[in-house]
Design a protein around this ligand. Structure first.
Ligand code: DGT
Ligand code: CA
Ligand code: ZN
Length: 579
């Protein structure tokens, strides 16, 4: 084992390293370097950020080149940064271009060339100076820039971060979940560990989490917390006591472990799973019945404290059926559990096929054969190949259909459907004619541009897609991108009503940064009579495994097996399509 105490102090975290390479690429771009070098550094930054091991340590040991996208030169730079906390290449560039230009070039509507000219011709070197110059209407002094640019720059700089689009520092569930599962498995193996469980927002399968909560029981708690903080994944030990520890991993995730007394494990697991709102409502309701609930137990006005090792027993003691963690958001689950009316939530095992994926025929990275092969291994009974229509002009769409047929015939145990994904254009029309759509087994229609249009405009486009007799499903209906873009403003009640009326399905897209429709919207859609499709929109083989993230979102939206179209075999789904 590597000397543990040192780990945090001596090596930079992956996130920090990735930022250095991004800075290097940005500065090179401002300096006019060729695109190839930039993209090599940016790719390296992505790989570093995605790695769950310490890339700095690997580089120092000469092993970082095992990571695809990291060659000898980049490895040397990582090692250099690990030793000196500086990159000579960055230092040199800082002497040539002001570092404030990096922020300026990222303002929508600007870019590296304009940022550079703003500096050279108007002497603007910082984002504050840029704002000042835009307010003073001085940007128009630069040829090619006008009042429009000034307005756009000010709008971008003054945009409130409250619309849900800003990066809030919360991490995607899809990124933490594999690490969380690994951590639980590793803790469970340790001899000092009796029971261990996920808790907090990750256990509730919410789409982004602030930190990862774990609880455990152990005969020797300090031995377990010591083991936890000594893991090679740990970059920084934030707190370390006998029964509690908080660490930050090299991928920048914060983990909180609490070792709790075994006799009240059920009480504590319930408490630390939350949500806070669920717990508050549970406690208020208990108080009305003369019970005081805390993480330690349930105290009646007279009599003994009730403690339990089992969470289900705790809910039972309070008069509730056990509530799946995904529902614990105080959205009616307590009443339903009291009346025995909780829905039987859809589960991953219920999903029969995946109705949205891409291949190398459009912007996917896996070939048709690879995607189908991988889906088969995951046990999918059918898949719909939904490459983008705009990438399949001329006879390409027909040639692709022929290959789909060949692959379909080759595999007896999976049905390969000729789907397509069309764009819903600004006027509500689609980018394929009706006869072509009619020839496909499955049609997904999605909005891929014009997100900033107004509410009326976006609503009209979504309604038009529902009206089209060939559109089976609207893909990622709200357009949100977690930490980047808020959902569109549309009249969702109208959209859900029209989808129900026309028999158009709506998607829960399972990409980790989409999960769109989100929980509450999916619940409202189903309430309006809509059926939902859970699909991956996979562009690579490994993304086919994201399906579970869509299922979690559906469960958070109270969806049952019946609410989800693709829990049925394809023969049944086909009979549900518009005539
Ligand atoms: P996060 O970390 O923001 O993604 O969300 P959570 O739900 O994991 O929140 P966290 O880590 O602050 O706390 C973990 C659990 O502890 C939370 O789900 C419920 C419980 N908890 C935290 N603060 C309170 C509180 O003030 N009152 C009650 N009743 N429970 C709390
Ligand atoms: Ca948490
Ligand atoms: Zn797609």
């Amino acid at each position: 084992m590597i000397a543990v105490g040192m780990a945090g102090d001596s090596l930079p975290r992956n996130q920090e390293l990735a930022e250095q390479f991004e800075l290097l690429a940005d500065l090179l771009e401002l300096d006019g370097a060729d695109a190839f070098r930039l993209s090599a550094y940016r790719r390296a930054a992505d790989r570093i950020r995605e790695s769950s091991a310490s890339v700095a340590r690997l580089a120092v040991e000469g092993k970082a080149t095992q990571i695809p996208g990291i060659g000898g030169t980049i490895q040397d730079k990582i090692a250099e940064y690990a030793e000196t906390r500086d990159l000579r290449a960055v230092a040199k560039l800082r002497g040539r271009v002001p570092v404030g230009l990096v922020q300026m070039m990222k303002v929508p509507g600007l870019g590296p060339k304009t940022a550079r000219r703003l500096w050279q011709e108007l002497g603007i070197e910082t984002i504050d100076a840029l704002r000042g110059a835009a307010e003073a209407k001085q940007l128009r002094e630069l040829s090619g820039l006008g009042p429009k640019t000034e307005e756009r720059v000010l709008a971008a700089l003054n945009r409130p971060a409250r619309d849900g689009s800003a990066n809030t520092g919360r991490v995607l569930l899809g990124r933490v979940l594999p690490v969380l599962r690994e951590t639980v498995a590793e803790l469970a193996e340790h001899p000092a560990c009796e029971r261990v469980s996920e808790a907090g927002s990750a256990r509730r399968r919410i789409e982004t989490v602030k930190d990862v909560d774990l609880i455990a029981t152990a005969p020797d708690p300090p031995a377990l917390t010591q083991h936890f903080v000594s893991h090679p994944r740990v970059a920084e030990v934030v707190a370390h006591g006998r029964t509690k520890a908080t660490v930050v991993s090299y991928d920048g995730f914060r983990f909180d472990l609490r070792v709790v007394p075994p006799e009240s494990y059920g009480n504590l697991l319930q408490h630390f799973t939350g949500s806070k709102d669920h717990n508050v409502a549970l406690r208020e309701s208990a108080v009305r019945r003369g019970l005081s609930v805390s993480e330690y137990g349930v105290q009646p006005e007279e009599g003994e404290l009730f403690q339990t090792t089992d969470e289900e027993e705790l809910y039972g003691h309070l008069g509730y059926a056990w509530i799946p963690p995904e529902l614990r958001e105080n959205r009616g689950e307590l009443e339903a559990a009291r009346k025995g009316e909780l829905p039987k939530l859809v589960a991953l095992e219920d999903i029969a096929g995946d109705l949205h994926m891409h291949t190398t025929w459009s912007d996917g990275r896996g070939t048709l054969e690879e995607m189908v092969g991988a889906a088969r291994e995951l046990g999918r009974g059918y898949v719909a190949i939904c490459d983008h229509a705009k990438r399949l002009r001329g006879d390409l769409l027909e040639r692709q259909a022929a290959e789909i047929q060949t692959v379909n015939e080759r595999h007896g145990d999976i049905e390969v459907l000729a789907g397509v994904e069309v764009d819903i254009r600004r006027d509500g029309s689609l980018d394929l004619e009706d006869e072509t759509l009619a020839a496909r087994d499955w049609v997904m229609a999605s909005i891929h541009s014009g997100f900033t249009e107004g509410r009326a405009e976006l609503t009209r486009r979504l309604l038009a897609a529902c009206e089209n007799p060939h559109v089976d499903c609207v893909g990622h209906p709200s357009g949100r991108k977690l930490n980047r873009r808020a959902p569109y403003d549309a009249d969702w009640d109208a959209v859900f009503a029209r989808a129900a009326e026309t028999g158009t399905f709506l998607e829960i897209n399972a990409q980790p940064d989409r999960l769109d429709l989100k929980d509450a919207m999916a619940r409202a859609a189903v309430g309006a009579g809509v059926k939902v499709v859970i699909s991956t929109d996979a562009h690579r083989v490994h993304e086919l495994g994201n399906l579970e993230l869509g299922v979690f979102q559906a469960r958070r939206g109270w969806l049952t097996k019946d609410d989800v179209v693709n829990t049925r075999p394809w023969a049944k789904v086909r009979r549900m399509l518009k005539a």
